[in-house]
Each structure stands twice: as C-alpha cells, then as structure tokens.
Design a protein around this ligand. Sequence first.
Ligand code: 8Y7
Length: 277
Amino acid sequence: MQINFAGRTLDMSGCHVMGILNVTPDSFSDGGRYNTVEIALARAREMVADGAAFIDVGGESTRPGATPVSIEEELARVCPVVEAIARDLDVVVSVDTSSPQVMAEVVKLGAGMINDVRALQRDGAPEVVARAEVPVCVMHIQGEPDTMQDDPRYRNVRREVSSFLTERMRVIEKAGVRPDNIILDPGFGFGKSPQHNLQLLASLEQLQLLGHPMLVGMSRKSMLGHITGRDVSERLPASLAAATISAMKGASIIRVHDVRETVDAVKVVTAMEEAGR
Ligand code: 8Y7
C-alpha cells in the first residue's frame, strides 16, 4: 500500500516517524521571522538526519486556552518554513492546519501532506484538499480544542471514534478526495479522558479495519503523565513505550518530538516482524 506525498512515495505497510516542528512564537525565544525560519530549518534538518520521513509544521497551538491565530498570522509563520524545508531537505513536509487558505497555499510551496486535527470540518477544506491532490490525515476530535478536555464523555469511545472517521471520510470523498489519500488518526488527547485514550490504544487494531493507514501521536502527552506521574520533560521513556505499542499494532506514521529515539524503537519492532515472517 503505497502513498505518493507530492513526489515522494512511501510504503504504508512500513512504519515511519514524523518529527514535530512547532512554529508558534512561544516555541522560539527570538521573535524575528528570519531567525525563526533559520532555527526551524536547522531543527528540521536535525530530525531528518535522525531518520524522520515527515516533518509536521504547525503554526497554530491546539492546546486548551491557547489564543486563536488569524489566517494571516498562520500563513506568515508557516509558509516560509514549509518553503525552506521543501527546497532544502529530503523529507515529506506535512502541515498541521485546519484553515483551507493555509492548505491551498502550503501545497503550492511544496507541502506533501495536510494534517488537520479538525478532520477537514471547516468550510471548503475537503474541496481544497481534493483539488490539491495531496494525502490528508483525518483525526478524530470531540468538540473544539479550547474546551475538548472539559469532561469528555462517550457511550463507547472505540465505536464513536470509528463512526466519526467513517462519516468524515464519506463527506471528504464526496468532495473529491481519493480514498487512497486518506490516513486516519484516533486523536489521542483530543476530547478524551486518560481512560478513553487507553481504551483506544488497547484496540488500535480495530481502527485498521477501516482499511486506511494509521497515524498516531502520543509523544509527551498528558495521558502518559497521568500513567507515570512524570512532568512533560520526563516523558521520553513513556513516549517510546507508546510508540512501540503503536508500531506493533500497525501504525504507519508515528508523530513525535524525539525522532532519533523513536526511530530506534520502531527499528526493533520492524526487525522482529521481518524475522517472524
Ligand atoms: C496530534 C496532532 C497534535 C495527533 C495528529 C501535541 C497536531 C498536540 N497532536 N496531529 N497534532 N495527531 N495527526 O501534544 O495526535 O502534539 S498537537
């Protein structure tokens, strides 16, 4: 099962690592744009050297309580970084955005994938992705980022995540996105209690049944803090355990902060699976 990400073809039966690159002002000490691009490119270069197949560039914080950014501001943050990485590095540039304007623009600059935590629910987003003919990650979310963690509830979290994704795929495919270009994500931490997250992780194979490659992101997330009692800066071991579990359960892309360490963990899983065949 191959997917073409703007000219780079990857085998989705393998497991690939996606490095997180935040270009929000709070992720850099210096506010100047030129400096920001240089720093972001250097960080991306490091993650590519560490084995990242994807760099996920994000200019809007989805943390609860984060102030929303205008489209102009998001474009100003993301575009120069996408352009620089696409020009200089051998990697698929993914862009974490919910804005159809940003989606249209970054694809022109060389982005090879759209990663939307709002599952293309904004007006016009499915049509933009269809026209751009790029792969898209469709993630489950309950509610909006600002309020999603206020007492999230489900009758059956696994069934509800699956039916949400199935319904989104119906709408997105109707707008013209090819089914082969859709990657699914259960959206760990997006409107879910620690127990909901663990139930989803325990049955990640079930999401495979929808017949699309899976992307998962648990790196340093509070669900791991909840399990281990560790602060965010001390969650690497737990993040590696989560990545290992995801790889074993069939994830094609694992979105992480710590690329080098995760690539090693994935290599162990892949080596074991090859020996077992
Ligand atoms: C995810 C994500 C974030 C995730 C996908 C964080 C942008 C929060 N998490 N995208 N984005 N899946 N596809 O802690 O789990 O990294 S932001």
